[in-house]
Structure formats: C-alpha cells, structure tokens
Design a protein around this ligand. Structure first.
Ligand code: AMP
Length: 215
C-alpha cells in the first residue's frame, strides 16, 4: 500500500499515520520528523531547515525532494509507505510522480484530513511533545501526568517552537496557499479520499479505515 496523508498542521496526520502504519505494516515517513531529527543532530540540512521551520515557512523544494528521493528507496519501504507531510507543493507532487514512475511504482490513495482552521489553532496551541521520545500530549485532552515530565520516558515535555499561535497562523496560510491545491491535483487523478478530521481521535480512525476500505 502506498498512501499520502494531506491536511493542515494539526489535522492529526501523525496520530492517524500511526494507526495506518500498524494496519498495513508499511513505513511511516514524516518529513517533519526527519527534519526535526536533523535539527537536533545539527546537520547542515538541519541548520538550513530550522530557519524556515521556526518561521512556519516551507523548507525549499530542492532540499526536500533530494531528501525524499533517498528516503523512498530505503529497504523498509518494500511493503509500501505512508507519506506524512509530503508532498506539500505542486513541485514536490510532480517530483514524487516522476520518482515513482522511475521506480515502477504507483500510489493507492491520497487521504485528505479535513478540519477547520479554528479547530487547528485550538489543538496546536495546547499540543505538547516529549523532547526525548516524541510522545504527544495535550494540555486539554491528554496532559502529561506531572507537569512538564513525560509519563513514558521521564523526558522534558515542551511546546514545539512552531506551535505558538502566531506561527500556527502562518503555517495555516502556507497550507492554504501552497498545499491545498494538491487536493484538486489528486482528485483529478481519482486518488482522493476525504475524511472528516474534527472530533475525537478514535472516531477519525474509524472514518479513515472506512474511507481506505474503498480503495
Ligand atoms: P510538520 O511536522 O509536518 O508540521 O512539519 C514541520 C515543518 O517542517 C513545516 O512547518 C515545514 O517548515 C517543514 N516541512 C515538513 N515537511 C515539509 C515539506 N514537505 N516541504 C517543505 N517543508 C516541510
């Protein structure tokens, strides 16, 4: 199975990706996670990417496309993959099409997680994440047991730099301008499955499973 997840920041791509990954036993590839790992490790890519990420802007296409060309040929993608956060621009989508064609592969579905800007701002401004193991918390719906301490690994629970409200608003406008047009791109290719991504996590998981079942 080869699937793309598209949706605004805070649509729940990471959470839904975990459930799809388990169900289909495919590689979960999150460009945001790869970039954050590079920032943490202090690589050249990480140093360049950080400036864009902190401002809520997209990292330049050439860097992302080169990174994904490499990642999509790693052995763990043999069974398929789930792309979370890529492609985010028309150029990235076209580069992905070219790469898949070269590899003799095709996509099975593009899942659009549909949610309003207001729900996104509410979700993201209360989102917290463990600096060490990446576990996601929420001050409203899933607080860390002890304030600021991860219940799983004891790491520090923080707010991502790009989850501040002003940055969330810029990330949303970047999404509407640059990524939302991909919805039509994939609808025209008859790959799109739209899932209502408001409400509780478990009901979204169910809706998504139902949507993918038709593919
Ligand atoms: P995410 O965790 O998917 O919200 O990504 C966090 C940040 O990483 C984004 O706001 C962008 O700055 C950068 N990023 C992630 N994926 C991409 C991509 N496909 N193209 C450009 N920038 C990206």
């Amino acid at each position: 199975m080869r699937i793309i997840l598209v949706g605004p920041p805070g649509a729940g791509k990471g959470t839904q990706a975990e459930s799809i990954k388990k169900k289909y036993d495919i590689a979960h590839i999150s460009t945001g996670d790869i970039l954050r790992a590079n920032v943490k490790a202090g690589t050249e890519l990480g140093k360049t990417a950080k400036q864009y990420m902190d401002a809520g802007n997209l990292v330049p296409d050439d860097l992302i496309i080169a990174m994904m060309e490499f990642r999509l040929q790693e052995p763990d993608t043999k069974n398929g993959f789930l792309l979370d956060g890529f492609p985010r621009t028309r150029r990235q989508a076209e580069a992905l099409d070219e790469l898949l064609e070269r590899l003799g592969l095709s996509l099975d579905a593009v899942v659009e997680l549909d949610v309003s800007d207001e729900v996104v701002v509410k979700r993201l401004s209360s989102r917290r994440v463990c600096r060490q193991c990446g576990e996601i918390y929420n001050t409203l719906t899933k607080p860390a047991g002890t304030e600021g301490v991860c219940g799983i690994c004891g790491g520090e629970v923080i707010r991502r730099d790009d989850d501040k409200e002003s940055v969330i608003r810029s990330r949303l406008s970047v999404f509407h301008e640059q990524t939302a047009p991909l919805i039509k791109y994939y609808r025209d290719k008859r790959l799109l499955v739209t899932v209502d991504a408001s409400g509780a996590k478990d009901s979204i998981v169910k809706r998504l499973a139902g949507g993918l079942g038709s593919k």
